[in-house]
Design a protein. Structure first.
Length: 347
C-alpha cells in the first residue's frame, strides 16, 4: 500500500505531490495540467484544470498497481469536493474514525473537513478508475456575483458559507446515471486551447448543478424508486440515449416496454427518476432540443425541421416550441441565421 500525504495550497500542488511518490511527467497545455504515469506503480492520467472563482477540476483516469491512499490535510486549501465515480470504486473516511465508506460506480460523494482534519481517499489496486472531482474554494466562489447560495437547501448552505472551515461534512449520493452522460461529453471534447477549457467549464457547472439537485432530493427524502433495480435503471438510461440519437422515430410506451423487458409502470418510474419527465414528455423534450440544433442550419426551413424530428403538425410544433422557449420557431431560426452570418463575417 502507498500512502501519499497531501499538504496542498491548490489542486496543482496535489498533482505535484502525487508525482513525487508515483513518478510520471506533467504536461501543460493551455492551463490544463496532465500527470502522465506509465510505470510499475500506476498507468494512466490525472488531470488538473483551474477555472475562475475558485472552481477547479481534478480528474482521474488511472489504474494503480498497489492500493493508494491520499491522506489530504484540511488546511489552507480546503475546498468542498463534489466527486463522481464513473468507473471502478473507492473508499472515503475522515481521519477521526476508521469507518471507510464505499463509493461505487455511478455514485457520488460530497465532502469537506474542518481545519486541521484529514480526509482519507482509498483507491484499490488493479482496477480501472475514472473519477471526477469538482472542487470549490468557498471564499473565492462566494465572490462571484451570480452565486446565490441562499437558494441551496439548509445543509448545503451551511457548508458553502463555512469559509473558516469550522465543520466537516459528507454526503454519499445514490445512483446517478445522468451524471455519467456529462462525463461522456467531457471525454468527447476535441477542441483545443481556450475553446476547450470553456467547453469543459460549461460541463463542470452542469455537473455541479446536478450534484446539488441530487442532494436537494436527498434532503426532501426522495430515494431511488423501489420498483426498479440499478440494472433496470441502466436499461431506462439506454432507452433515453436511444431517443436522443433518433428523436424522429415514432416511439410508443408499449414498444419501449417490449424492447427493454420492463413493464410500462417501471418505464414511467425510471424516466421520472432519471429525467424528471414521463416517457412522452421526454420524447417531446428531446425533439424540441433537436429542432433548435437543426434550425441553426441554413439549409432547412421550419417545415422541414418539423417533419425531420417526428412531428406531424407544424402548428402543434410551433405552439409547444413557443411555450418552452418563449419564442416562435420562425423568430428563433431568424436569430440563429443572423448570428451565423455575423460569425461568418467575423471569420
Amino acid at each position: 500500500m502507498i500512502e501519499i500525504e497531501i499538504l496542498a495550497t491548490s489542486s496543482k500542488d496535489t498533482l505535484h505531490l502525487i508525482q513525487d511518490i508515483l513518478g510520471g511527467r506533467i504536461k501543460e497545455t493551455s492551463n490544463e495540467f496532465n500527470l502522465i504515469i506509465d510505470n510499475e506503480k500506476a498507468k494512466g492520467v490525472i488531470k488538473h484544470i483551474q477555472f475562475d472563482w475558485g472552481v477547479n477540476l481534478l480528474d482521474f483516469d488511472i489504474t494503480f498497481s498497489q492500493d493508494v491512499i491520499l491522506k489530504i490535510e484540511a488546511s489552507e486549501f480546503n475546498p468542498i469536493r463534489f466527486v463522481y465515480n464513473y468507473n471502478g470504486d473507492f473508499k472515503h473516511r475522515f481521519g477521526i474514525n476508521n469507518d471507510e465508506k464505499l463509493v461505487e460506480q455511478f455514485h457520488s460523494l460530497i465532502f469537506t473537513n474542518k481545519t486541521g482534519g484529514y480526509n482519507h481517499v482509498h483507491f484499490p489496486k488493479d482496477k480501472k478508475l475514472e473519477i471526477n472531482s469538482v472542487q470549490i474554494v468557498r471564499k473565492n466562489f462566494l465572490k462571484k456575483r451570480t452565486t446565490n447560495v441562499s437558494s441551496l437547501n439548509n445543509r448545503l448552505h451551511e457548508v458553502f458559507v463555512d469559509t473558516d472551515h469550522d465543520h466537516r461534512f459528507s454526503h454519499y449520493g445514490a445512483l446517478n446515471l445522468r451524471m455519467s452522460d456529462y462525463i461522456k461529453k467531457l471525454k468527447k471534447i476535441k477542441s483545443k486551447g481556450m475553446v476547450r477549457i470553456l467547453k469543459i467549464e460549461s460541463i463542470i457547472y452542469d455537473m455541479l448543478s446536478l450534484h446539488i439537485e441530487q442532494h436537494n432530493k436527498f434532503q426532501r427524502g426522495v430515494q431511488l424508486p423501489t420498483s426498479l433495480s440499478k440494472t433496470e435503471l441502466k436499461l431506462v438510461r439506454k432507452l433515453g440515449n436511444k431517443i436522443i440519437k433518433d428523436p424522429s422515430f415514432n416511439y410508443s410506451l408499449e414498444e419501449l416496454s417490449t424492447e427493454s423487458g420492463l413493464s410500462q409502470a417501471k418505464l414511467q418510474d425510471g424516466f421520472k427518476f432519471l429525467y424528471n419527465r414521463t416517457v412522452t414528455e421526454y420524447v417531446r423534450h428531446i425533439r424540441l432540443e433537436s429542432s433548435r440544433e437543426l434550425m441553426r442550419n441554413a439549409d432547412l426551413n421550419v417545415s422541414q425541421v418539423v417533419y425531420s424530428i417526428g412531428f406531424t403538425s407544424r402548428s402543434y410544433f410551433s405552439k409547444i416550441f413557443k411555450e418552452k422557449y418563449n419564442v416562435t420557431p420562425n423568430e428563433y431560426r431568424k436569430n440563429a441565421l443572423n448570428n451565423l452570418i455575423v460569425e461568418e463575417s467575423a471569420a
